[in-house]
Design a protein around this ligand. Structure first.
Ligand code: HEC
Length: 342
């Protein structure tokens, strides 16, 4: 039987003495080890810390692929309806050895094309003429059936098994306790976890730019000074705030952050804003909020129309690392996202 180990950070003492890890530091899918893990989750799991691990886009990457309370990507299955059915042991198994049991409908296919390219991913659509494949980064590719030379169902899950090996044992315990805590999950609700960013623009956030009329991430933005700027996707940090980053985030400038809000009808909605610097916010191209001062949990009532609405923020960036947090008060028929597909 294969044993899967979760690597743990070596304690300095262990390194110095050259001792092997004690069995307590290791975790695998043997019953005794699962017992220990289950006890640890129940007795000292910290769901709030686990939430940060879930959202961490660098190490655990869970939210890159999975959605929970409306937050996260759309590669793996939505976890809201799944987690309640899995006990601690089953969750541990699906994290450590994702390929042992693959969720129905989420098989990975490997496809060889006539041009010699090999692609792999989930089969989203399969018609007579073409096939739609989604890879582990959420990128979709349409493949013409006549271009396929071979197609195979892979025994390996698209969910990487090595992810949890980057976590310490404590972090794994905290992550699982978050996955078993509906209350801690509910706090994700309404958060904007991904958005589009473009810039840099002039410091003065009150100066309007042509892109404000029709902000569209699929189009190149042209600044009033004639610069051509791309929109880039940016993920929120583990604390839920979006930190301006990349070429758009030059010091002493400002940038635009774009999100989309879908509503099932014309109505009022409430946004909660956290910003570390001056901010001007536009809903469907109209400025509805403008302040020079930072704020936490600032409540803003906005008017939405039926369908998609643009939520555009002009964020001043004096230090080069301004942050912006947007949450909405959850209500049936409302959605806040970066991508219409989300
Ligand atoms: C690259 C995308 C990707 C990442 C990153 C990822 N997963 Fe998955 N996950 C999937 C896919 C695809 C499946 C469905 C196939 C399977 O069951 O292995 C899945 C399955 C699961 C399941 C099993 C669901 C069931 O029906 O039993 C759980 C639980 C889960 N993931 C949790 C997590 C957690 C927690 C993390 C972060 C440590 C994570 N995943 C990271 C793509 C991903």
């Amino acid at each position: 039987m294969k044993t899967y180990f979760v690597a743990v950070a070596l304690a300095a003492a262990t390194v110095f003495s050259g001792e092997a890890l004690s069995s307590e530091d290791q975790f695998n899918l043997e019953p005794a080890s699962l017992d220990q893990l289950e006890k640890a989750v129940r007795s000292k799991g910290d769901p709030a810390r686990g939430r940060e691990i879930f959202l961490d886009t660098g190490d655990a990457q869970c939210a890159n692929c999975h959605r929970l309370q409306g937050v996260g990507g759309h590669v793996g299955p939505d976890l809201d309806s799944i987690l309640g059915k899995l006990d601690i042991r089953q969750i541990a198994e699906s994290l450590v050895a994702p390929s042992r049991k693959i969720t129905e409908g989420y098989d990975t296919y490997t496809i060889a094309r006539t041009d010699g390219k090999i692609l792999s991913g989930l089969k989203l659509k399969d018609s007579d003429k073409e096939l739609l494949l989604r890879d582990g980064l959420g990128k979709d590719t349409v493949i013409q059936k006549e271009q396929i030379t071979r197609i195979e169902k892979s025994p390996v899950s698209l969910m990487p098994a090595r992810l949890v090996s980057r976590l310490s044992r404590n972090d794994l315990v905290n992550l699982i306790s978050f996955l078993k805590s509906p209350a801690a999950q509910l706090e994700l609700k309404g958060r904007l976890s991904r958005a589009w960013i473009t810039g840099p623009f002039s410091r003065s956030i009150s100066r309007t730019e042509p892109l404000e009329k029709n902000p569209d991430p699929a189009k190149v933005a042209v600044s009033s000074s004639g610069k051509l700027l791309q929109w880039k996707l940016i993920n929120a940090r583990a604390d839920g705030l979006i930190q301006l980053a990349g070429p758009a985030a030059a010091k002493k400038s400002s940038a635009y952050i774009l999100a989309l809000m879908k509503s099932d009808r014309d109505r009022e909605a409430v946004l909660w804003l956290d910003h570390s610097s001056a901010l001007r916010l536009l809903v469907n191209s109209e400025t509805v909020y403008s302040t020079k001062n930072p704020a936490t949990n600032s409540r803003l009532s906005i008017r939405l129309r039926k369908g998609w609405n643009t939520i555009l923020s002009r964020v001043s960036n004096p230090t080069g690392n301004s942050t912006l947090g947007i949450r909405y008060e959850p209500a049936r028929g409302l959605r806040l996202t970066a991508d219409r597909q989300d």
